[in-house]
Design a binder for this molecule. Structure first.
Ligand SMILES: Cc1cc2nc3c(=O)[nH]c(=O)nc-3n(C[C@H](O)[C@H](O)[C@H](O)COP(=O)(O)OP(=O)(O)OC[C@H]3O[C@@H](n4cnc5c(N)ncnc54)[C@H](O)[C@@H]3O)c2cc1C
Length: 464
C-alpha cells in the first residue's frame, strides 16, 4: 500500500478490463495495492470478446473447406460438406463466455474489486462511476480503455456498414460482402468470409493492402487472395451505401455499383478517449491520436498512466499486457520497468498466414548502409499432392555490415507459429551466420529459413 493510500478509497483505479487493464490490476494487487477496475462492456476487452480470440476461432472454421478439398489428392473421398454459421457462432460465444469468467475470477482471486460500469475521470484523483454516480478517490489512475472501430467518413448510407464488432454476431453467413479497408483486420475478415463460402470484394483506398508490411509480402498475399477468388480493388473507396430490403448497393469512387448482402468497414481503430474526461483532467494527447505517455506509460498528469491501444503505440494484445505489467511493477512493485517496443513480432491470420518481425526491406534500406536480402518462394510439399496452387514466401533482411538478421517475413501455412520462434533469435541479435550454422529440420517449410545461401540482392555494395 502506498504512503498516501489512507487519503484515498483505492491506490489504483483501472479504467477498462481489457488485455492491459486486467494484467495491470492483478499485478498491482499482487504488490499490495488496493485496486478497483471498471468495465463498461465485458471483462476481457477487445482481444477476448471481439478481437484476437473469436477471430482466430473463425479463422480455424474458415480453413476446413480447403482441407476437405485438399484431402482428395491424398486419397480421401470426402462427402459434400455443409457449413452451419449459427452453430459456429454459438460455439464461439460459449467459449468466449468461459474465457470471460476465467478473467473475472482471476481478478477476484487477486483481490481486485470489479465495478461493472462506465467510469470517467473527474480530476487527477477522482473517478466518477456512471452507473451509480459514486465518486472514487484514487492514488493512481490507469487509463486502459483500448480502441474502437473507426466508423468512416460521413458518406451517404454509412450507417448501413457493419464493423468488426458486428461481424462476430451476424445472424447468417452473407452470400457476398464488400469489405472496405486494407489493414490486417480487413484482410483477415476477407479471408474468413471467403473461406466460409462468401463472395468477397475488398476495397482499399491505398495502392496495396497491408501498408507497413514488407512490399513482397503485400504483393504475395494479394496474389494468393485473388487466386482464392477474393476480388481486391485498390485506389478506390466506397462513396455511398444504399439499403434495399435485405440487400445493399455499394458505390465505389470509379462509379461501379456492387450489389451485396453486407458492407463491412474495417478502416482502422481509434483510441477510446471520447467523453472520458481526458481533456478536463489536463491529460495531453499525442499528435497521432491517443494519450501521450513517456517510457513508463506516465501521462502529462503525474499520477495518471495509460497503456495499450489507447496510447496508440503498437496496438497488439501482448504489447498491452507487457505495458500493464511494467506499469504495475514501476508504480507498485518498486521496480521501474520500461517496455522495449523494438522487434515486436506479429502475425496476420489471413489465408495464407503472414508472420513478420523486424525491419522491412524498405525500412532497412532507409536506416542501414548495407543490406542483403535473401528470398525464397516455393511450393509447399503438401501442395504437390493436394494440387493447390499456392506458394510460400520466406525473406530475410540482413544488415550486411554486422551480419545481423534485422527482419524476417513469412507468408504461408504456419507463419504465425514460425515467426514467434524466429523472433527470439532476432531479439537476441542472431546473425545470418547463426542461421546458417543451425541444422535444418527436414522436411518442413521452416527449414528454408536456415538454408537460404545467396542474397538475391545486395544494397550498398559497390559493383565490382
Ligand atoms: C478484430 C480484431 C482482431 C484482433 N486481432 C489481434 C490479434 O490477432 N493479435 C493481437 O495481438 N491483437 C489483435 N487485436 C488487437 C487487440 O485486441 C488489442 O491490441 C488489445 O485488446 C488492446 O488491449 P487494451 O487493454 O489496450 O484494450 P481493450 O482490450 O480494447 O480493452 C479496453 C476495455 O476498456 C473498456 N472501456 C473503455 N472505456 C471505458 C470506460 N470509460 N469505462 C469502463 N470501461 C471502459 C472497453 O469496454 C474494453 O473492454 C485485434 C483487434 C481486433 C478489433
Amino acid at each position: 500500500m502506498t504512503a498516501a493510500a489512507s487519503a484515498h478509497d483505492v491506490d489504483l483505479f483501472v479504467i477498462g478490463a481489457g488485455s492491459g487493464g486486467v494484467r495491470a490490476a492483478r499485478i498491482a494487487a499482487g504488490h499490495g495495492a488496493r485496486v478497483m477496475i471498471a468495465e463498461e462492456y465485458r471483462i476481457g476487452g477487445t482481444c477476448v470478446i471481439r478481437g484476437c480470440v473469436p477471430k482466430k476461432l473463425l479463422v480455424y472454421a474458415s480453413r476446413f473447406g480447403h482441407e476437405f478439398a485438399d484431402a482428395a489428392g491424398f486419397g480421401w473421398t470426402v462427402p459434400p460438406a455443409a457449413f452451419d454459421w449459427p452453430a459456429l457462432i454459438a460455439n464461439k460465444d460459449k467459449e468466449i463466455a468461459r474465457l470471460e469468467s476465467v478473467y473475472r475470477s482471476n481478478l477476484e482471486k487477486a483481490g481486485v474489486e470489479i465495478v461493472r460500469t462506465r467510469a470517467v475521470i473527474e480530476d487527477a484523483t477522482t473517478i466518477r462511476l456512471l452507473g451509480s454516480g459514486a465518486r472514487v478517490r484514487c492514488g493512481h489512475i490507469l487509463v486502459a480503455t483500448g480502441g474502437t472501430p473507426f466508423a468512416g467518413h460521413p458518406i451517404p448510407g454509412v450507417e448501413h456498414a457493419i464493423s468488426s464488432n458486428d461481424a462476430f454476431h451476424l445472424p447468417a453467413l452473407p452470400a457476398d460482402i464488400v469489405i472496405q479497408g486494407g489493414g490486417y483486420i480487413a484482410v483477415e475478415f476477407a479471408c474468413i468470409f471467403a473461406g466460409l463460402g462468401s463472395r468477397v470484394t475488398l476495397v482499399y483506398r491505398g495502392e496495396n493492402i497491408l501498408r507497413g508490411f514488407d512490399d513482397d509480402v503485400r504483393a504475395h498475399l494479394r496474389a494468393e487472395m485473388e487466386m482464392r477468388g477474393i476480388e481486391v480493388i485498390v485506389g478506390q473507396v466506397v462513396t455511398a451505401i444504399e439499403k434495399h430490403d435485405t440487400r445493399h448497393t455499394a458505390t465505389l469512387t470509379g462509379g461501379r455499383r456492387i450489389d451485396t448482402d453486407l458492407v463491412m468497414f474495417a478502416m482502422g481503430r481509434k483510441p477510446n478517449i471520447a467523453n472520458l474526461g481526458v481533456e478536463e483532467a489536463g491529460i495531453r494527447t499525442a499528435p497521432l491520436g491517443g494519450i501521450a505517455v513517456d517510457a513508463y506509460s506516465r501521462t502529462s498528469v503525474p499520477n495518471i498512466y495509460a497503456i495499450g491501444d489507447v496510447t496508440n503505440r503498437i496496438n497488439l494484445t501482448p504489447v498491452a499486457i507487457r505495458e500493464g505489467h511494467a506499469f504495475a511493477d514501476t508504480v507498485f512493485g518498486g521496480r521501474p520497468t520500461v517496455v522495449d517496443h523494438t522487434n515486436v513480432a506479429t502475425a496476420v491470420f489471413s489465408e495464407p498466414e503472414i508472420g513478420a518481425v523486424g525491419l522491412t526491406e524498405a525500412q532497412a534500406r532507409e536506416r542501414l548502409a548495407r543490406v542483403d536480402i535473401y528470398k525464397s518462394t516455393f511450393r509447399p510439399l503438401k501442395a504437390t499432392l493436394s494440387g493447390r496452387h499456392t506458394r510460400m514466401l520466406m525473406k530475410l533482411v540482413v544488415d550486411a555490415a554486422t551480419g545481423r538478421v534485422v527482419g524476417v517475413h513469412i507468408v504461408g501455412e504456419g507463419a504465425g507459429e514460425m515467426i514467434q520462434l524466429i523472433a527470439v533469435a532476432v531479439k537476441m541479435g542472431a546473425t545470418k551466420a547463426d542461421l546458417d550454422a543451425t541444422m535444418a529440420v527436414h522436411p518442413t517449410a521452416a527449414e528454408e529459413l536456415v538454408t537460404m545461401r545467396q542474397p538475391i540482392v545486395r544494397y550498398g555494395v559497390e559493383a565490382e
